[in-house]
Write a protein that binds this ligand. Structure first.
Ligand SMILES: O=C(O)c1cc(=O)[nH]c(=O)n1[C@@H]1O[C@H](COP(=O)(O)O)[C@@H](O)[C@H]1O
Length: 243
């Protein structure tokens, strides 16, 4: 199992809700158990940067993965990356399908903004193929062939553009670990403990399998947040990893 390059506890919990108080309650209950929190499109669309500060802005709070999946022309993505820099996220993501120039512009903007603000630049990672897609879905988007081939192409592009790693499914973690070496961040959503429902995720393994395959970080949302006792569910996920 590789040593996670950034945080000792590899589990980031996805706080997917448009309800600010719910997000704050989850963050309070789960911060002592998980390695970090992820705020994404649903939350950001409702509450923006002010909401992010309210949930994850506390000094000494858990690291923040700001999952806004930027995908636009290079100038626009660079501006968006600069705009979120004051939130001091630990991780920010873009879509690798935006292309090499877009990812390089994001990298430059993140470095420049962090220097200006005197903060540590975020780890910048690229989404390869969404974990909700399988080979048949990918074909309908005009990309025939094996999902892993497309994931590897996009991951190579991301690293060539200077990014720190990628978001992939656990199914591709082993091949990407071999391709990209020990230091790349391999962040895998699409992880489901045996006791949890799969929902809309298609390329899925258990958290322990994802870690064993080479993932450095795991994103887990509904199996924790929709449990009767989210903190207990998070403890169970982390305990499963230890075995
Ligand atoms: O970038 C992501 O975080 C992401 C990429 C991906 O390919 N699949 C994916 O599920 N995610 C995010 O990971 C989280 C998974 O949540 P659950 O399916 O509830 O565990 C959601 O917040 C998704 O937006």
């Amino acid at each position: 199992m590789p040593t996670p390059p950034v945080f000792p506890n590899p589990v980031f919990v996805a706080l997917d809700t448009a309800d600010l108080e719910q997000a704050r309650a989850w963050a309070r209950a789960l911060a002592p158990v998980v390695g970090g929190v992820k705020l994404g499109l649903e939350f950001f669309a409702a509450h923006g940067a002010t909401g992010v500060r309210a949930v994850a802005g506390a000094e000494g709070g858990p690291p923040l993965f700001l999952d806004l999946k930027f995908h636009d022309i290079p100038n626009t993505v660079a501006g968006a990356v600069r705009a979120v820099a004051p939130l001091a996220p630990a991780i920010v993501n873009v879509h690798a399908a935006g292309g090499r120039a877009m990812m390089a512009a994001a990298r430059d903007a993140a470095t420049e903004a962090a220097d200006r603000l005197g903060v540590t630049p975020p780890k910048l990672i690229a989404v390869t193929v969404l974990t909700s897609l399988d080979a048949a879905d990918l074909t309908t988007t005009g990309v025939p062939g094996a999902v892993a081939d497309q994931v590897r192409r996009l991951a190579a592009l991301a690293v060539a553009a200077g990014l720190d790693g990628v978001v992939c499914s656990p199914h591709e973690a082993a091949v990407l670990r071999a391709d990209l070496g020990p230091d790349a961040l391999l962040v895998t959503p699409g992880v489901r403990p045996a006791w949890a429902a799969t929902g809309d995720q298609k390329r899925v393994t258990t958290p322990a399998e994802a870690l064993a395959a080479g993932a450095s970080h795991l994103v887990v949302g509904r199996p924790i947040t929709q449990a009767d006792d989210p903190a207990a569910a998070a403890r169970r996920v982390v305990a499963d990893l230890a075995t």
